[in-house]
Structures are given as C-alpha cells and as structure tokens.
Write a protein of this length. Structure first.
Ligand SMILES: NC(=O)c1ccc[n+]([C@@H]2O[C@H](COP(=O)([O-])OP(=O)(O)OC[C@H]3O[C@@H](n4cnc5c(N)ncnc54)[C@H](O)[C@@H]3O)[C@@H](O)[C@H]2O)c1
Length: 436
C-alpha cells in the first residue's frame, strides 16, 4: 500500500516509520522545512528510543521518504493520514482544529485519485464529519472516505506500542474505508492485534474516554497518596493492594507530581468542552482536571516545606533532576516540572536543573532555571535535591557523592524511586509521595 502521513511529529514520524517497516511505501509530509531537512540528513527532530535506526533502515530500503509538499506526497496513495497537532485552543480549552482543517482543505485541492483520509490526530467528536464536508466542498471528483483511527502510542515506548498495540480502533462509515484500513493494518492482524471497527464518532470518543480514564486513575492514586501521608499509610502498598484486583489492574497507579505531557492535559480539557457543548456533564473529569492542576503547584510547595517554608526558602538553592513530563522523551509539553520550578523561583529560590534529553526545549520555557551538564553539577551547593522525572539515570545516583556535594542533604523524591530506609540510612532527610 502507498501511504501519506501529514504531520511528522511524535505520532506522524513514528507511525510513518512503522508503516514503512511493515512493508508499505510511505511519504511523511511536514510543513516545517527544518524538520524535513533534518530528516533528509538522517537527523531525528525528536528524541524517541529506536526511531533513528528505524527511519534510517526504511529510508535505505526505499520505503520511506520525506517532503514539505503535500501535493507531491499524496499523489497516488491509498491512504492519507492526518497526524498534525490538536493543542488546546488559547483561552477556552477546546481542541484547536485549525491544523487539521487546513490539511483537509489542502488535500481537497490536490486529491487526484481515490483515497481514504484518516484522522490519526486526537480530534473531538464530529471532526470527521467536518473533514468530510471540507473535502466534498473542495469539488474533488475522486472517491474518498473519511476514517477515524486514533493513536494510543506512548512517547518513550512509541515504536513497540505502535507495532504491538493493545488494540487498533477504526471508525469508518463505509466499506471502502474499512477495506483500505484492513489492508493498511494487515501486518498487525497477522500479529493478532485486536481490531475494533466502530462508527466514526464512536472511535473519536474512544480516544478521549481512554485518556480521561487514565488521567482519572493517576489523579485518584495521587489523592490517595495525600491521604496516606495524613493517616500514616504507604501509597505504594495501597497501589499494589488494589492493583492486584483484576478489575482494577496495576497500571497507572504510581503516585507522583500529577500528569502532564502532550495528551492528558489537553484531551481532558477538550472532553469537558465537548460535554459542555452537548449539555452532558462529566463531573468526574472536571474534578480530575482541577485536582491535577492544583497538584503540580502543591508539589512545588512540598519542596518549599523541605526548605523550611516559603520565607526561609528565599535565596536557597534547589537542584531539579528531570524536567520532561516522563522519562525517555524530550517532550516538555505541560510537564509538572514547569509548575514546580515556577513555585520555587516565584519566592526567590535559585533553581539548577539537569535532564538527559529535555533541556534544550525546557530552557526557553523556564528561563529562570540554570541548566547544567550533569546531575552532580546541578546538585553542587544545593539546599534540596528534587527528583521530578524518573529517568533511569537518577535511579542509581551516587548518593554519597550527592551528600558531599549538596549543602544540606535533603532529598525530595516526587517519583518514589528510592527506598526511604536506604536514603535515610545515609543521613539524608528524605521526603517522598504518599509514604509517611
Ligand atoms: N504525542 C503523543 O504521545 C500522542 C499520542 C497519541 C495521540 N497524539 C495525538 O496526535 C496528534 C499529533 O501529536 P504530536 O505529538 O505528534 O504533535 P507534534 O506537534 O509533534 O507534530 C505535529 C506536526 O504536524 C506538522 N504540521 C502542522 N500543520 C501541518 C500542515 N498543514 N501540513 C503538514 N504538517 C503540518 C507540524 O509541523 C508538526 O511537525 C495530536 O492530535 C495528539 O493529540 C499524540
């Protein structure tokens, strides 16, 4: 099959490279000239483990190409995937669909053969209907079908998630759409990945429902963590104790500084807007959004408490280890680290930070933070060391060296990656999440 992928970011590039690896002929299109130039030079525009190798081998095999020209990229293809961003619209939290609709318009202008147009971007219910209207009104004489195929990959494990998904969801309204999508995903049928065919609107909603549910699970355990601290319980044991129940499951029950990233914050907000538009309140998701927003700053205040409160924190130094919203990505979108750093710098704490991949993107987002070349440089002279993101590099810190370098041995572990007894045994004051 011939496939065009419009938008070559975290989702488009990974999906395009994986489709090529299945044996399809893929063109990844992006309007960002710099991104496409880098890809032509074999340089990845994002950090994702295994991506460089996958892209290089498929380019070498002649199955993967890149262009900025949509008209060239979609010529003769069977399926055109739209994988552009759908950020929160400034001011109101609705998903900003301007990028999706701009691509639909451009496809309408240039479509020269029958093709299926697939929204892989996360889009609110009814977006497929609008894409279909745009294509119809473009006056194209080609046969087309608009299909929804939301993506569930996780950054940091994106290639494995794409190649071995828990499920593939396809929302199609006609046989043409279903037939082409069956061919596109045939290599995965052979792997026995379950495939769910639904209506287009249902498929669009599944993506939001999935993300809202996962965000709820995280927020639930975070609130349990707060309660654990008050009542003298251990949230990790609570997670294990409830996670062993098959009806609950163990995943997404790690207490921490709140969810961030490119999906949960904007998708929960967009779901609230859809619910509002259709006068069908989703009170649980409303509570999740508010609780998570408050939590990020609360984690900053936890660090201030470790410094003796906001007043005495002024002029002290904090070392932040980890800035990205989770490990194994350079994605800083809505990372809790931003709110934690802001809470500290707002009251005059000096913050030094280190992140293995995120510092280049983080620097302009947190101009008051001094980026350092390695964790120990950030820790040098610190009054408190804060683990914000659970990169493997921070799981085995040389704690004796940390203690020697820090001005005072105080460790705030917002990801619970250390064992309290081990750290306290070395003479640290150790504060974690939900473990009194
Ligand atoms: N990042 C994730 O982990 C993830 C997971 C599942 C779903 N999603 C969804 O996938 C979509 C894409 O997310 P992302 O993280 O890959 O975004 P991204 O910002 O990394 O990539 C989007 C790309 O689209 C390009 N683009 C925008 N307008 C274009 C146009 N008119 N023509 C060509 N290219 C254009 C941009 O230059 C950019 O490179 C979003 O809807 C997101 O919610 C993301």
């Amino acid at each position: 099959m011939k496939i065009a992928m419009v938008g070559s970011g975290y989702v488009g590039l990974v999906s395009g490279a994986c489709f090529a690896d299945f044996g399809h002929e893929v063109v990844c299109i992006d309007k960002d000239q710099d991104k496409i130039d880098r890809l032509h030079d074999g340089v990845m525009p994002i950090y994702e483990p295994g991506l460089a190798e996958l892209v290089t081998s498929n380019v070498t095999a002649g199955r993967l190409a890149f262009t900025t020209l949509l008209q060239d990229g979609i010529s003769g293809v069977d399926a055109i995937f739209i994988a552009v961003g759908t950020p929160s619209r400034r001011g109101d939290g609705h998903a900003d669909l301007s990028y999706v609709y701009a691509v639909a318009q451009e496809i309408g202008q240039h479509l020269a053969n029958d093709a299926v147009v697939v929204t892989k971007s996360t889009v609110p219910v009814g977006t497929g209907d609008e894409v279909e209207r745009i294509l119809r009104e473009s006056g194209t004489t080609c046969r087309f079908s608009v299909v929804s195929n939301p993506e569930f990959l996780r950054e940091g494990a994106a290639i494995n998630d794409f190649k071995r998904p828990d499920r593939i969801v396809i929302g199609a309204e006609d046989e043409f759409g279903r037939d082409v999508m069956r061919e596109v995903y045939r290599p995965l049928f052979l792997n026995e990945s379950p495939i769910l065919f639904t209506g287009r609107r249902t498929s669009e909603l599944i993506k939001y429902a999935a993300n809202a549910f996962l965000a709820t699970k995280i927020t639930f355990i975070n609130e349990m963590a707060d309660l654990c601290e008050k009542v003298g319980a251990n949230v990790q044991d609570v997670s294990r104790g409830i996670g062993m129940d098959n009806r609950i499951g163990p995943k997404f029950l790690h207490a921490g500084p709140g969810y961030g990233g490119s999906c949960f914050p904007k998708d929960t907000l967009a779901l609230l807007k859809t619910a509002e538009d259709y006068d069908s309140p989703t009170r649980i998701v409303e509570a999740v959004v508010t609780a998570n927003e408050n939590r990020k700053r609360a984690m900053g205040r936890k660090v201030l408490d470790a410094l003796g409160g906001a007043e005495s924190a002024r002029g002290k130094k904090a070392a932040m280890l980890g800035l990205t919203f989770k490990p194994n990505t350079d994605d800083m979108r809505d990372s809790p680290a931003i709110a934690v750093a802001k809470t500290l710098t707002d009251v005059g704490v000096e913050v030094a930070a280190y992140d293995p991949e995120g510092m280049e993107i983080a620097a302009p987002l947190m101009p008051e933070v001094a980026m350092q070349d390695d964790p120990y440089a950030a820790i040098d002279g610190a009054d408190v060391v804060v683990i914000v993101t659970e990169w493997d590099a921070f799981r085995a810190l040389d704690l004796r060296r940390v203690k020697d370098l820090a001005k005072t041995p105080v460790l705030v572990d917002l990801r619970n990656i250390y064992h309290p007894d081990d750290v306290r045994g070395l003479g640290f004051e150790y504060i974690s999440v939900g473990r009194s």
